[in-house]
Design a protein around this ligand. Sequence first.
Ligand SMILES: Cc1cc2nc3c(=O)[nH]c(=O)nc-3n(C[C@H](O)[C@H](O)[C@H](O)COP(=O)(O)OP(=O)(O)OC[C@H]3O[C@@H](n4cnc5c(N)ncnc54)[C@H](O)[C@@H]3O)c2cc1C
Length: 481
Amino acid sequence: MRLFWHRRDLRIADNRGLAAAAEADTVVPVFVFDDDVLAHAGDPRVRHMLDALAELRADYRARDSDLVVARGDPAEVLPDLAAEYDAEAVVWNEDYSGLARERDARVRMALDDAGVARETTHDAVHHEPGTITTNKGEPYSVYTYFWKKWRDREKADPFEAPTADDLASVTGEELPSIEALGFSEPEADVQPAGTEAARERLAAFRADAIRRYDEDRDYPGKEATSRLSTDLKWGTIGVREVYEATAEAMAAAEADGDDDGAEAIGEFQSQLAWREFYTQVLWANPRVVSQNYKEYERDIEWRDDDDAMADLRAWKDGETGYPIVDAGMRQLREEAYMHNRVRMIVASFLTKDLLLDWRHGYEHFKDYLADHDTANDNGGWQWAASTGTDAQPYFRIFNPMTQGERYDPDAEYISEYVPELSGVSAENIHSWHELSVGRRRQLAPKYPDPVVDHSEMRERALSMFKRARGEDEEGAEASAD
Ligand SMILES: Cc1cc2nc3c(=O)[nH]c(=O)nc-3n(C[C@H](O)[C@H](O)[C@H](O)COP(=O)(O)OP(=O)(O)OC[C@H]3O[C@@H](n4cnc5c(N)ncnc54)[C@H](O)[C@@H]3O)c2cc1C
């Protein structure tokens, strides 16, 4: 008998560790609610996890087995469960954050002490951290080089799901309620969880938007991205299954002579590689969770007084008076999700317009995103804050109004999430900061005035970064985006 310990791989299909365990022996599937891990979670993420676990359990029950659930420290729970089921080994898929690796090291020791074997494998990424390196054998800090190697490397095929014969006939306890885990039902409408829902999202994307991905992905109103991030975060779909679908879609586009479509699919694959790039950044530098990746000569002097905290509140509440920023922050509250272009805009706004430490933003995203993934979230924030590996140079500062106008020209997305602006023309929405107070009151009496002046804050941001870099304040040439 082998225990298979599910963590962020809540599926039975295309699960490398589970397939390996089933190949070797009869499997008892296990999930452990670990309070140390839950301490870092937010309501939407826990809701999604519980929904995904319910689907996983149903998949096991359909195979005359069940998911055994327990609560506690895995280093104590797993040796006990191994004894209870007379299992000679515990099998799991590796996780790459510092916290996960510390926990796994403790579990390994506890199992060694109990005389239970342990087997681990890599599943969450195609190419595990440390296998795509520079010629000197170091992890990449520049995405483009990483991507070229990632793209050219062969990908494994999806792994078979276990059958009823591979699984032990066990009965698990019911799943706890969200309240019993110390969380509340989220205010957000969290997207359906589980492999079936993920497969539906993948199939819908593949049938329609994938060939236009390159062209449309930056426009939040077009809903042209896959929405697979939460599935990939929780592992309700396997990376090999997703990649295989993209490879088939690319072959179909090529057969149709649709070169642009094939190129767009390549662009989508490169987003999958970003996920693996940030995974290896985190794996090689666990400290980035709380520290800048880039060292500055002096600490960046982020604002942190009472006024700054009031601005942080306005940002969190989607009340900054910058329509595209507010739309994004409200989408986050409503859906536990935000479009990528808008994540970039709100993150730039927090760090370069409000001059607030990226860690405030990261923490808020961690609480509110269902797809919060330590590596990607941290990578995204440090990119926007110009503190990360392959970051936006500090002198390229997004203009939130221009960004809104460029990527939501008809203000479709803004009007969806900021109803106070729904009767206002796109032109007025995109020049909100330039309108007189009287005109703003007349157009949308309930929508706030801009909390800061972008041009002024941009200058302050440039000075702040130059000081931190120990540069002459006349230094670098600024550019706006
Ligand atoms: C400040 C900030 C925070 C972010 N936080 C997260 C996070 O917590 N979790 C998360 O999964 N992504 C995060 N991202 C990356 C990106 O915004 C989301 O992955 C994407 O919006 C999810 O939507 P989708 O699945 O439709 O993406 P698609 O465009 O369909 O992309 C497919 C998949 O590729 C991966 N991917 C796409 N873009 C990126 C990227 N820039 N970095 C890493 N992986 C990427 C994701 O797994 C995504 O599901 C963040 C980006 C920024 C700028």
